[in-house]
Design a protein around this ligand. Structure first.
Ligand SMILES: [Zn+2]
Length: 236
């Protein structure tokens, strides 16, 4: 689905991933669930492109609902996979600390897990080879994605800012739809390792200029990163 000339989205408000579409190729942000590989194929076909046009895949963090088709893209098409050094182990193994889930409602929770099963979330395909990135890096990929450290949801959570796409991709640094309660609107994401650190990291978003703030779960946010950061704090 096209959000803007250089910005496309696959998936839905339950789980989403994004494409930065440039003349020199495509950068994919997050890999959703394994079944989203088909959605990616369809989106590329609509664009008149192929997987050979994908120059890199940047993961906002290493959780299983963001690495879905990463390993197949890497193996079958040689696409390098970038993840923050502090989440590289998680992307390779799935190991993470146990955290309290917080509030949930039965319908949205079942909806999330049902969607995950339909998109072949089990078993998780971990990423066997990653390129580690760090806060402040600007990657030599279409859209010149800049890495902004956003520790909290996980130690290696990042936001990815692309001036070409006029967007900042935030993964689970915040959400605009709580997957376990169905509550819409900007708010802290569930399954967060360190909520206090995640809240502090919102300051890093506030200084960015972009027209889109794009979470891994929930509707695209059209508006300034500073406003969304303030809205997440107000909802906490
Ligand atoms: Zn997630």
């Amino acid at each position: 689905m096209k959000l803007a000339p250089h910005l496309h989205r696959i998936g839905n408000d339950i789980v989403a991933a994004y494409l930065i579409v440039a003349d020199d190729g495509i950068t994919v942000i997050d890999a959703g669930l394994p079944g989203h590989a088909k959605d990616l194929e369809r989106e590329l076909a609509d664009l008149g492109r192929t997987p050979a046009d994908i120059r890199g895949l940047v993961l906002t963090h290493g959780d299983s609902d963001h690495i879905g088709f990463a390993e197949s893209l890497r193996r079958e098409h040689g696409v390098p996979v970038y993840v923050h050094a502090a989440d590289a182990h998680r992307a390779r193994t799935g190991e993470k600390p146990k955290v309290a889930t917080g509030p949930m409602r039965l319908g949205p929770t079942i909806g999330f897990f049902w969607y995950a099963l339909r998109k072949r979330a089990v078993p998780t395909r971990y990423v066997t080879e990653v390129t580690e990135v760090h806060d402040g890096d600007v990657l030599d990929l279409p859209g010149a994605p800049a890495i902004i450290g956003m520790p909290g949801h996980s130690p290696g959570s990042i936001a990815v800012h692309s001036p070409l796409a006029d967007a900042v991709f935030v993964g689970d640094a915040l959400t605009t739809r709580h997957v376990l309660t169905g509550r819409p609107g900007p708010q802290p994401a569930p399954f967060t390792d360190d909520p206090a650190a995640a809240s502090a990291s919102l300051d890093r978003l506030a200084g960015l200029r972009a027209s889109w703030v794009l979470p891994g779960h929930g509707a695209p946010w059209r508006g300034s990163p500073a406003d969304v950061a303030a809205a997440v704090r107000a909802a906490a």
